[in-house]
Design a protein around this ligand. Sequence first.
Ligand SMILES: [Cu+2]
Length: 234
Amino acid sequence: MRSSAGIPGCVAALAVIGSLLSAAPAPAASIKGAVVYNGPALEKKMIPINIDQYVCGKSRESDELVVAANRGIRWAVVSLQSAPAGARSEPPSKPVQMDQQGCVYAPRVVIVQVNGTVDFLNGDPLLHNLHSVSTENPTFNRTQPKGRTIPIVFKKAETIRVDCDLHTWMRAWIVVAEHPFYAVTGPSGDFALDNIPPGKYTLKVWQEALGTVTRDVTVGDKDTTGVTVEMGKK
Ligand SMILES: [Cu+2]
């Protein structure tokens, strides 16, 4: 009697253990670090402004290559060259926003996943336009009065340049990403890529003025793998 009652109990216990194991999240770590400039000394590049000065100002510093005092590069795009095997890639639920403030795109670089939407906003009290340069996605050239939101869906992975034809210094980049493992560096060149299972990866770093560099990274058992990527040496 004992054995016939014990076997189903044992099976039930195994089933519980099995379900706990399958529910346990896969180990995942973060790659955290910074993109750092190691090229020749940079000179301040000022852009004179002679239109719409009441909103845009009289001159501004170029944003093509913004390097902090700690040599960190802002607005570099860091990504895994390919997503970890088995990584889930869900379509983005919320549009990404890109505003125009004081005749500058804000932020200068956004990441949107394939099939995601960018809502272009115009917070300035004047007319801008959105003129894209792309090869995989349809190009667009839209005038944008103040307050109007222009949503655009991006269906193919590529990096797209957007300029304003009215204010020649205005430039933005839309990085259409194939997977979620992309990040834009912050003001001190810092970035973080999360939810990465242990393994070997190639990190790709792109910056509009400096091009692309790659770096092999091994993610081990630790929670965080630190990486510093240098770029800019001529
Ligand atoms: Cu403009």
